[in-house]
Each structure stands twice: as structure tokens, then as C-alpha cells.
Write a protein that binds this ligand. Structure first.
Ligand code: CUA
Length: 328
């Protein structure tokens, strides 16, 4: 091959590689990482992307060169020359991808293993998914509809589902796992950045799938302890208004309903601030949400399992909490 051809192929390759690199770098494809696991996942992405850009540049250069160099003249009606392959080239373009794919598999396997390893003394939090809410149970048995994690602490989540398959995903944490009825799955997360995030369900699980979200907060160790105390404190006065607020929070009601005393303003379900009806009808609506639907709201979005997942006393508390509000 003449020297001029090699120079031209190189120029095409550099142009193609630069364009592809700009697309990779300038577009924010991934959310800003907030966990050690996401850092490793990002590394894997970039490792693979760099290899892909190199291959793309070589292929684009060869194609561009061939199209320009071997183009037939306008009046050329002859068949192209018969070509019988090139053993040397075939060995090269089989061997190089084999090596690269192996390298990607090795890096991925190492990252997968590391991302599953939570180290010594992880914080263990039990996650329960159901249509269409998340519940989190902390080591001291406090439960909440919010996931609060101390920063720089390895966390081991155990995921369970009460009905169908759901999937746990906080984009900034990278890690994702299904919650499958009948088995317990696990997920490791080591948050590295204080802030607010969103947990989204990523498995189509029914009518309310798109609303199945929960707030996730990464906080300092001191704020984490304070959070646990505030949630546990709310339930310490049996029968009191605090109890109702605690069940309201732990059952995840605020994820969908606006209710001023609880400080929630979600609009997935009807607002509870202008609730009509007595304690009995409120209770009936919690146990069987389909029986009396608020106008404009779809059936099948609110969980139908509160009648069985909450005890009688646990149900009394939020019912009273809501009914009291109405008569004020
Ligand atoms: Cu739960 Cu989608």
C-alpha cells in the first residue's frame, strides 16, 4: 500500500474517532454517580466505550477509503473483480475482537463480584415491595416509606415482594435488582454523596407502576440516627395521634396522598386534606379502595393489601388520624 493511502486512512480514522468521542463525552448519558458501585459500573461503561470507539474508527476509515478509492467510473459497466478472501486478514479480525470481548468479560466479572461484596458489618435493611408502594425496615425494626442511608456505609438490602415482580432501582446508585414473590433477593449499595434521590420501580407491575416511587436520602451518620429516632418516637405513644402519623408514614401513604398534618403533597391519589366521611368509611376505603373511588381516580392503583398487612390496632391509628383531621 502506498504511503499516501496510509495517510488518508489514518485521517479518516481520526475524524471518525473524534466524532464518536464527542458524542460519548458531550452527551450526559449516565446520572452523576452517588455510590461506589456506580463508580465501578461507570468504569466498565467507559472501558467498553473506548474499545468500541477504536473499532468504529478503524471500520469507518476502511469503509470511507474503499468507497472513495475503488468507486467505479460512471461509464464502467464491467463486473467487479472476483475476490476469494484473505486468510491473514480473517485471522486478524477474528483474533482481535476475541481478545477485546474477553477483556470486557473479565472487567465485568470483577466489577460484578466487587459490587456484590458488602464487606464487614453492613447495615441491613429489609425492603418490601407491593403494588404500588415500597416499605423499608431498619435494623431496630423501625419501618418507613422513605429510604434513609448514612453516607459511606455499606448497605445490604434484602428485597421481598408481596404480590408481583417489582424492581429496585436508584439511577445514581447504579445497582438494580428484582423483588420477586416467594424468594429473597439482595443488593449492595455504598452511598458516597449526601443528597436526595428517587427510587423507581423498573418492572411493569400493574396500573400504578409509574407511580411506584419512594424518596431516598443519603445523610450524615448523625442525621441517620436522628431519623431513626424520629420515626421510632412517632410510634411510642399507643393510641395517640403520633401512632397514626407513624403508621401513615411507615405504610407509605404519603407517597401517593397529600395530607397537610403529615407534610406530604403527593398527587397520585386523592388529597386527604378534604376527606369526607366518618371513621368507618375511611377504614373501609383503606381496606377496600375499589369500593368507593374518588371521582377522577383510577381503580387498582392503591394497594388492596392493607387489610391483611396491618393489624386491627395498626389500622385504627391512621383511621383516627385522618378522621380527627376532618372534624377539626
Ligand atoms: Cu412495582 Cu413497577
Amino acid at each position: 500500500m502506498r504511503r499516501g493511502s496510509i495517510v488518508r486512512i489514518t485521517i479518516y480514522g481520526v475524524i471518525a474517532g473524534t466524532l464518536a468521542s464527542l458524542v460519548a463525552v458531550l452527551v450526559p448519558w449516565l446520572p452523576t454517580s452517588a455510590s461506589e458501585e456506580m463508580d465501578r459500573i461507570e468504569f466498565t461503561f467507559w472501558f467498553t466505550t473506548v474499545i468500541c470507539i477504536a473499532i468504529f474508527a478503524i471500520v469507518a476509515a476502511a469503509i470511507t477509503y474503499s468507497v472513495l478509492k475503488f468507486r467505479a467510473a460512471d461509464d464502467d459497466e464491467r463486473d467487479g473483480p472476483p475476490i476469494h478472501g484473505h486468510t491473514g486478514l480473517e485471522i486478524v479480525w477474528t483474533a482481535i475482537p476475541a481478545v477485546l470481548v474477553t477483556a470486557i468479560s473479565v472487567v465485568s466479572a470483577v466489577v460484578l463480584a466487587k459490587n456484590d461484596d458488602v464487606g464487614e458489618n453492613p447495615l441491613r435493611i429489609a425492603v418490601t415491595a407491593q403494588q404500588f408502594a415500597w416499605k423499608f425496615e431498619y435494623p431496630d425494626e423501625t419501618t418507613s416509606g422513605r429510604l434513609v442511608l448514612p453516607v459511606n456505609q455499606g448497605v445490604r438490602l434484602t428485597l421481598r415482594s408481596l404480590d408481583v415482580i417489582h424492581s429496585f432501582w436508584v439511577p445514581e446508585f447504579g445497582q438494580k435488582s428484582d423483588a420477586v414473590p416467594g424468594i429473597e433477593t439482595t443488593l449492595t449499595i455504598t452511598p458516597t454523596r449526601i443528597g436526595n434521590y428517587s427510587l423507581v420501580c423498573t418492572e411493569l407491575c400493574g396500573l400504578g407502576h409509574a407511580t411506584m416511587r419512594a424518596r431516598v436520602q443519603v445523610v450524615s451518620r448523625a442525621d441517620y440516627e436522628a431519623f431513626l429516632e424520629s420515626v421510632a418516637g412517632g410510634g411510642s405513644a399507643p393510641g395517640g395521634a403520633g401512632d397514626g402519623a407513624a403508621v401513615f408514614a411507615s405504610a407509605g401513604c404519603g407517597g401517593c396522598h397529600a395530607f397537610e398534618p403529615a407534610g406530604t403533597d403527593a398527587a397520585v391519589g386523592p388529597s386527604l386534606d378534604d376527606l369526607k366521611g366518618d371513621a368507618a368509611s375511611i377504614r373501609a376505603s383503606i381496606v377496600d379502595p375499589s369500593a368507593t373511588l374518588a371521582p377522577g381516580y383510577q381503580d387498582g392503583v392503591m394497594p388492596t393489601t392493607f387489610g391483611s398487612s396491618l393489624s386491627d390496632e395498626q389500622l385504627d391509628a391512621p383511621v383516627q388520624y385522618l378522621a380527627d383531621r376532618e372534624t377539626e
